[in-house]
Design a protein around this ligand. Structure first.
Ligand SMILES: *Cc1c(COP(=O)(O)O)cnc(C)c1O
Length: 440
């Protein structure tokens, strides 16, 4: 049980102190636990599959820094690479051989990516991919899907307008209407809306950007017919297809989600791919890549400007390279996927035993679960359906698990992650805690 039944434990004291100096006490909103209530845990250290908070409580970590920690925390080969790189210099602002090696590694794993540019965050990568698509096509309008998150660039902080002919409405103050007037937002997995939107706007669209498996509305796969149609329509209308694989890249499979779609849709390939999270292995690093033709439009070769003081940072690059090396070992993803599947299937079984309709899905080391309204309901297929699942029940479950030492994402619209450090015993302990939590 939690060592912090009281209201004045070490986490509470740190949260009070943080709130005086940092807006909401956190440097990224979801960390503040606003969706689930309660006090965020201040993490003191991590090792393998575990986190320890300021009160000394241990948690099995199913967030993994929101995806990057696919090897678990403190993997010796990664730490060694980081320490060696740091000793050689923290940053040069000049090219290094390690950047070439990371670009080679990405290009070798992702067909269609012939050139890569490294940046420092997924936000930067998504924003730059968008500018590149607009620069290449000479068009302004962009298409995105409700529930997908592509970082917090102005033009992408948009929710659906009131109809297909209308463009988006910003979800954030500080974004002028003029900046989002070119952003069209459609329902995820809705083929009819796709057809209608391309018929209306196809000739003006620079690109469509999508999370192939959406992890920012828990876990929702793009259906095969939807992805196939999206690819066809982009090609027909001369719009670029951007796959945002910041979460899914090197996480759901070695070749990312695009390798799973390519296996089932002949000739499937995005025009631009966006990566982050796992490719930095826990350090600030992200990337976008495409064919040599598209990437040659970037500065210094072409007219699309893009730059970064810390881009390709040597320590981050060493960390990413070491991580990619480990996940490329034979059998890595089979083992990770089996463990993740065991977790999700176990949770669903615990739900059935307790009479609670819990549905889940996973791919590679990424998973999601939902509290449905009835046992007849399947997995949600779009944002509206995700938000219609049982939020109060999710929040109670989240806290019941946290009290039992299991750290799931603190919001029902976030995906979960399993690492190679999670053992069968960790999963068994999680399922035991879940059975008790669901009974209570
Ligand atoms: C996390 C995420 C981003 C943003 O990456 P940051 O490094 O947080 O800026 C973009 N797209 C997707 C799909 C993500 O999951």
């Amino acid at each position: 049980m939690s060592t912090e039944a009281g209201t004045d434990g070490p986490n509470e004291r740190l949260f009070a102190r943080a709130q005086r100096l940092i807006p909401g006490g956190v440097n990224s909103p979801v960390r503040a636990f606003r969706a689930v209530g309660g006090t965020p845990r201040f993490i003191r250290r991590a090792q393998g599959a575990y986190l320890w908070d300021a009160a000394g409580q241990r948690y099995i970590d199913y967030i993994g820094s929101w995806g990057p920690m696919i090897l678990g925390h403190g993997h010796p080969a990664v730490l060694d690479a980081v320490q060696r790189a740091a000793r050689d210099g923290l940053s040069f602002g000049a090219p290094t051989e390690a950047e070439i090696e990371l670009a080679e590694a990405i290009a070798a794993l992702v067909p269609g990516v012939e050139q890569v540019r490294l940046v420092s965050s997924g936000t930067e990568a998504g924003m730059s991919a968008l500018r590149l698509a607009r620069g290449v096509t000479g068009r302004s309008k962009i298409l995105k899907f409700e529930g997908c998150y592509h970082g917090h660039a102005d033009a992408l902080l948009v929710k659906a307008g009131s109809g297909l002919a209308t463009f988006g409405v910003s979800t954030s103050a500080g974004v002028p209407a003029e900046v989002v007037q070119h952003t069209l937002v459609l329902e995820y997995n809705n083929v009819a809306q796709l057809d209608e939107a391309f018929a209306l706007h196809g000739a003006q669209l620079a690109c469509a950007i999508i999370e192939p498996i959406a992890g920012n509305m828990n876990f929702v796969r793009a259906s095969l017919p939807f992805m196939r149609r999206l690819r066809e329509l982009c090609t027909q209308h001369g719009a670029l297809l951007i796959l945002d694989e910041v979460m899914t890249g090197f996480r759901v499979a070695l070749g990312g989600a695009q390798s799973l779609y390519a296996a089932q849709i002949p000739g499937f390939r995005p025009d631009i791919s966006v990566f982050g999270k796992v490719i930095g292995g826990g350090m600030p690093l992200a990337a976008f890549g495409a064919s040599r033709d598209i990437m040659s439009r970037l500065a210094p070769l072409g007219p699309v400007y893009q730059a970064g003081t810390l881009s390709g940072n040597p320590v981050a690059t060493a960390c990413g390279l070491a991580t990619l090396r480990e996940i490329s070992l034979p059998g890595f993803f089979d083992a990770l996927a089996a463990r993740t599947r065991a977790l999700v299937e176990g949770l669903a079984a615990a739900g059935r035993d307790a009479g609670v309709p819990l549905v889940g899905d996973s791919e590679g080391g990424m998973f999601g679960f939902f509290f449905a309204r009835s046992f007849a309901e399947g997995l949600p297929q779009h944002y509206g359906a995700v938000m219609a699942t049982d939020q109060p029940r999710f929040n109670r479950f989240f806290h019941a698990m946290l009290d039992r030492g299991v750290y799931f994402a603190p919001a029902l619209y976030e995906a979960g992650f399993v690492s190679a450090a999670h053992t069968a015993d960790d999963v068994a302990a999680t399922l035991q805690a879940a059975a008790a939590a669901l009974r209570a």
